[in-house]
Design a binder for this molecule. Structure first.
Ligand code: FMN
Length: 196
């Protein structure tokens, strides 16, 4: 089945560092999703040497998900995402960890922008898949990248956190008004928008 990132012509250059809090069948803790298995050794070498790199029980063989460390990562996730509760109170949150220095040296500075294209495509899929699964997602552009790098053990520019995301059950904010999508249509009257 085609996916949005089929439109991206380079091998995946963005991997996930996950903070798993409340997912049935998955122990809470830190995880890595290595979106291009060819980069597994590079990620391992860049991250903390004490990480376990265990395959979680029942994990499908096609899903390159690795348990790094068990534990309650809720406070940590909140702290590194600009102290936003949505990063620690949901099912899980994640940092999109981009292959950085080597890619920019090889492909040139314009690849910096392309890494954000990849991050954006992933974000769109996470938004849609979360809704399809009956939960919600929020892109998190506010995060502290140096502390994120410390959590995972990065010591140099091999990887760089570019974007964060969180997935979980929604808590409606009554201060906000929600209008139906695509509801703004000009209906006959010039200049009048029908927003119902
Ligand atoms: C690049 C990006 C960064 C975002 N960063 C944050 C964030 O740090 N914290 C947050 O609560 N929401 C964040 N959001 C989610 C936006 O707040 C959310 O898309 C917006 O509230 C949706 O409002 P709208 O439906 O009116 O467009 C981010 C969204 C994007 C696309």
């Amino acid at each position: 089945m085609p996916t949005p990132w089929d439109a991206i012509p380079w091998a995946p250059a963005i991997h996930f560092g996950l903070f798993v809090h409340r997912v049935e069948g998955i122990d809470p803790g830190l995880y890595a999703l290595v979106r291009d298995p060819a980069k597994l050794e590079k990620l391992k070498a860049s991250m903390h040497s004490h990480f376990a790199w265990e395959t979680p029980p029942g994990c499908p063989g096609s899903l390159p998900l690795h348990l790094l460390e068990r534990g309650n990562a809720r406070q940590l996730a909140t702290q590194v995402s600009c102290r936003q509760d949505i990063a620690g109170e949901g099912a899980f949150s994640l940092g999109m960890l981009a292959e950085y220095e080597a890619q920019l040296v090889e492909r040139g500075p314009a690849f910096y922008r392309r890494l954000f294209w990849e991050a954006g495509a992933i974000g769109q899929v996470l938004y849609l898949e979360a809704e399809a699964a009956g939960v919600r997602a929020t892109g998190i552009g506010c995060f502290f990248d140096d502390p994120v790098h410390q959590v995972f053990g990065f010591r140099d520019l091999a990887f760089q956190s570019l974007y964060h995301f969180t997935v979980g059950g929604p808590v409606d904010d009554p201060r906000l008004t929600t209008l139906p999508p695509y509801g703004a249509q000009v209906k006959g009257r010039k200049g009048a928008m029908d927003l119902r």
